[in-house]
Design a protein around this ligand. Structure first.
Ligand SMILES: C[S@@+](CC[C@H](N)C(=O)[O-])C[C@H]1O[C@@H](n2cnc3c(N)ncnc32)[C@H](O)[C@@H]1O
Length: 230
């Protein structure tokens, strides 16, 4: 087995002729959602499946993930924590605020928090960031995967409230959540336009990644806040 760190906290493990994306297990000896554990030189890694995670698909598509070991990350659409657990692995000195509005899913996420102290679970609607403004600090990165028609607006209101001036937005846009019949590339163009122009907080989109074949009709993008002109 050969292990190569391709981005801070993200590894490519070569095993039996296969390349496996992985993060270093912050809770050695246990997996989170049935993923494989891989051992090399006393370290344990958790295989990270791009078909189960938009963020992993973005990494495989060669997106530069701006998460560092001490980053503050706001994660919108945490679900039961599949991807949040890998973000938690990347943050030995950082923290991830994980927002999810489904109480049932949140119960599973809370179980994950029993074994990982760098995840702050927040049961809330991500379109109403004022409701969790007393919990979340200014963050280096917002990752959003909410599959909602108003995805762009959710990103803008959260970035306005929490994203540092030099921070990054990583966004997964699901075309079918916005328009079930329109051509996805038209939907993506309109969403990028909204992010760049429509809201009080506007973005400069730096790169876009079609997440197929891992996630059909999904666009991954990375953006920065446009600085306000004086
Ligand atoms: C595609 S799933 C997220 C999967 C997760 N990111 C992962 O990779 O493990 C979308 C999640 O967003 C949540 N969600 C949708 N709209 C939301 C909102 N307005 N506020 C908070 N959570 C929301 C859903 O309940 C669902 O759990």
């Amino acid at each position: 087995m050969d292990v190569n760190e391709i981005s801070e906290g993200i590894f490519e493990v070569r095993k039996g002729g296969k390349k496996i994306l992985a993060t270093k297990n912050a809770n050695p000896g246990s997996n989170v959602y049935g993923e494989n554990l891989l051992e090399e030189e006393g370290e344990e890694y958790r295989a990270w499946d791009a078909r189960r995670s938009k963020l992993a698909a973005m990494v495989i598509k060669k997106m530069k993930v701006p998460i560092k070991s001490n980053s503050r990350v706001l994660y919108l659409g945490a679900a039961s924590g599949t991807t949040v657990s890998h973000v938690s692995d990347m943050l030995p000195n950082g923290i991830v605020y994980a927002v999810e509005f489904s109480p049932r899913t949140m119960r599973e996420l809370i179980q994950l928090c029993d074994t990982r102290s760098n995840i702050v679970p927040i049961l809330a609607d991500a379109s109403r960031p004022k409701l969790y403004a007393h919990i979340v600090e200014q963050v280096d990165v917002i990752f959003q995967d909410v599959a909602q028609p108003n995805q762009a607006q959710i990103a803008a209101v959260n970035a306005g409230q929490f994203l540092k001036e030099d921070g990054y937005l990583l966004l997964s846009i699901k075309a079918r959540s916005i328009d079930t019949v329109a051509n996805p590339s038209k939907v993506f163009k309109e969403e990028v336009n909204k992010l760049e122009k429509d809201f009080d907080t506007q973005f400069k989109v730096i790169k876009k990644y079609d997440l197929a074949p891992f996630h059909e009709d999904h666009l991954g993008l990375i953006a920065k806040k446009k600085l306000k002109e004086n």
